[in-house]
Design a protein around this ligand. Structure first.
Ligand code: HEC
Ligand code: HEC
Length: 292
């Protein structure tokens, strides 16, 4: 039970005045606050006033002042700090971009800072423009080549990658990469099977007939090369490595490509992306590990 102020009196044990509050016989002594506490209290008040003076701390009634608040003596705000660091990033980027544009791809590759700049730029441009077809990790899918491996249709040198991206594959661009595998429809089924068996033997070491090999050399070698290693100047796939872009990993898969060849189309990026971005993309793709 709480009692009133009128019950204030001197506590007989300690000799200190009570506040008059009493709970079930326990009385509250009116001790002064400890000195250290009082000082701390004063220091925080002084600190707060100093802070208000130095830093922007109060919103203004009119909404005037710097972004609707008091300005603070030292004129510092988080907005300004942010602006400064953003400007710094922008100017550094502009500087890098200028250097990047001035230098040839070869020189960029030798310059660690420009190289890192190019890879970062290429990576974000890739996410935006290429990941839809090639996958965000560039691992590809059926019909869309994996760009991480050493298997290149059109060549994996930085120059070749650049040209592929710029002019596209089988597009309207006058410099597009283009070539088509002819259809051999109408060929005897037996011949088809023997050629397919020879092609599969190249990666699997399976048995094949001399006839199959001869037919391959007559009809396919011109584009796919001796032992099926492929020919980047024709975009003719390496067919000796078990990495298949269009076909199933089986004899019927090969037969179907011989009869009804599939061809991929890749858009040209000239005119859609500026040359610096295309260069960055080439460097990024090349850096994925499969670059020659
Ligand atoms: C005029 C050149 C040319 C000739 C001749 C040719 N090819 Fe092709 N072949 C290509 C091209 C180009 C591609 C790649 C198409 C693509 O990826 O868009 C290809 C793709 C393939 C593929 C699919 C590869 C994959 O990764 O999916 C197979 C299999 C193949 N050819 C087998 C053959 C066989 C067998 C013959 C002979 C009967 C043959 N080709 C003759 C140009 C040719
Ligand atoms: C509309 C789908 C599509 C988009 C978008 C696309 N590609 Fe392709 N890309 C393809 C196809 C399909 C091929 C394979 C063409 C063929 O079969 O010859 C290819 C091939 C390539 C090759 C050649 C691979 C080789 O083995 O020689 C490179 C490099 C490449 N793309 C990079 C890019 C980059 C970089 C971008 C983004 C700027 C991009 N692609 C956007 C569909 C696409």
């Amino acid at each position: 039970m709480i009692q009133d102020d009128k019950d204030k009196h001197i506590d007989e044990f300690s000799g200190i005045e009570t506040t008059g509050h009493e709970w079930d016989g326990i009385k509250e002594l009116n001790n002064p606050s400890p000195r250290w506490w009082v000082w701390l209290f004063i220091v925080t008040i002084v600190w707060a006033i100093g802070y208000w003076y130095v830093y922007p701390a109060w919103p203004t009634f009119s909404g005037d002042g710097f972004r609707g608040g008091t300005q603070g003596r030292i004129n510092w705000t988080q907005y300004k700090q942010l602006e400064e660091s953003q400007n710094e990033i922008l100017s550094r980027r502009a500087e890098n971009l200028e250097q990047f544009q001035k230098n040839s791809i070869e020189d960029v590759m030798k310059h660690p800072q420009l190289f890192a700049f190019a890879v970062a730029g290429g990576k974000s441009a890739f996410k935006e423009n290429c990941a839809g077809c090639h996958g965000s990790g560039a691992a590809g899918a059926r019909g869309y080549p994996n760009l991480n491996d050493d298997d290149w249709l059109w060549g994996g040198s930085i120059e070749n990658i650049y040209l592929t991206i710029k002019y596209g594959i089988r597009t309207d661009n006058p410099k597009t990469r283009a070539s088509t595998m002819p259809s051999f429809k109408g060929m005897q089924e037996e011949d088809l099977k023997q050629i397919a068996a020879y092609v599969m033997s190249l990666s699997k070491g399976w048995r094949y007939t001399a006839e199959g090999k001869t037919k391959y050399e007559q009809m396919c070698l011109f584009c796919h090369g001796q032992d099926g290693v492929g020919n980047p100047s024709l975009g003719a796939a390496n067919i000796s490595d078990s990495i298949w872009l269009h076909v199933e990993d089986s004899n019927p898969g090969i037969v179907s490509q011989i009869e009804n060849p599939k061809h991929g189309v890749m858009p040209a990026w000239e005119g859609r992306l500026d040359d610096a971005t295309i260069k960055q993309l080439a460097i990024y793709v090349h850096s994925l590990g499969g670059g020659e």
